[in-house]
Design a protein around this ligand. Sequence first.
Ligand code: NAD
Length: 494
Amino acid sequence: MTQNATHDHQVPTRLMHVGGEWVDSLAGQRRDILNPARRGEVIARVPQAEAADVDRAVLVARRAFPAWRDQHFKARQLALLKAADAIEERADELARVTALDTGNALRTQARPEVATLVDLFRYFGGVAGEVKGTTLPAGAGQLQYTRHEPLGVVGAILPWNSPLMIAGFKVPAALAAGNTMVLKAAEDAPLSILLLAEILATALPAGVLNVITGEGATAGAALVEHPDIDKISFTGSTPVGRGIGRIAGEKLRHVSLELGGKNPSIVFPGQVTDELIEGLLISSRVHRQGQSCTAGSRLFLHREVHDEVVARLSQRLRDQVVGDPSEEQTDIGAIINDKQFTSVRGYIEDGLANPALHLEAGGLPPAEGPLSEGYFHLPTLFSGGDNSFRLAREEIFGPVVVAIPWTDVDDVVAMANDSAYGLAAYVWSNDVNLAISTAHRLEAGWVQVNQGGGQVVGQSYGGYKQSGIGREVSLEGMIAGFTQTKQVNIKITG
Ligand code: NAD
């Protein structure tokens, strides 16, 4: 099925996907989608869903639920595996659309995101039969067992930073467990999600996955408030997540919140290898313009290696090619929008105005030349940091890293844990005992030792403290996050 797109002065309109059909918003309102790499360029228009559109999508998902739930798990498994193949077939197209609307560079970010999405569909297709309960040895006169039953209709809300990967954290898990969904794309980056809806329509029955576009305050809020939604699965900022948690609490509704991070990366003394420097480059998430909740943006460097790491990492940051996200040679693409670009600039200005900080790489964005035509920031490293500085406390969501020196392991663990957030952390040491004991002392939902890549399929993922509540991405997470347990006790007579 090909999406019903209309063109107005060469700007395509991409419609929402509800009940197996392409639909406009009932009020007919549209939103311009802008190119992060070229200020002011409209690349598409999408419907602005409102409460009535959410009603329509939830109704359709509710109607589709019993048939999707009541099948043998093999049917869901086949559908998810077919979906994975269909996504893989159109992987390059998905990556190009991601580069276009998110500004994430094609080679370093957009393609790997699609590859992770394919893996996640295959993984949850593979484990669809593992949504199994238990039986209790309750004697000959009793049959006592549990069932993990789907919750019903899941409302999922996505951010703009990695739409496809985060959809991959939610959609296949929720569907494998037997739920149906209404997925709201982020207002500034809906195009890859609408293309995903088109691809998934070839593998899923109509109504099982419904995709809407619209603003958080209208469409998002209507989804969260909707009386016929059984769970909200939210990824986004901590303030919005807190509000959603409050509403879910009032309504006693299931909720998972994947929120912000201000993640420590702790380097122990030892040889400064190229592998370490590349690991720090990857874990800083500069290749995602720092627009990653797992960015290792507080870089705690032991004084013995501090100067060498700062010098070599700064050089690697300066080597990165910042530019058009769709070009193969680009390492780092564009920041999503003007608001975020201005906010990141504010943090850099704050760093430059702080006499304790020293700019080692990057700095203010170019005011002229090709990079000034889009929302491009340079990968930036400040040394001389202190964990109390604003740059070390707030989530910048930009390519800005602050290096903080340390000497005592208890001190560095205390500084790492002195944050409102607790999403990810990185430990770099060749002393395996030290690395593991430090990993266990860190207040974070995900710790990596001597590596800094992205989430891998099947792993547990989620935050401590204000970084979130709930787990969904692993097999256990799927069962905990997308099912509810029913105990059945039966008397056997005769
Ligand atoms: P955001 O919270 O502004 O928006 C996220 C989504 O929520 C969007 O779809 C938006 O439309 C919707 N929304 C906004 N207000 C709403 C409301 N009142 N009710 C319902 N929905 C509403 O976040 P963002 O700026 O799009 O994304 C950046 C944030 O997301 C960062 O803080 C980042 O750390 C976080 N994030 C977390 C993870 C994770 O896995 N923990 C992953 C990616 C991004």
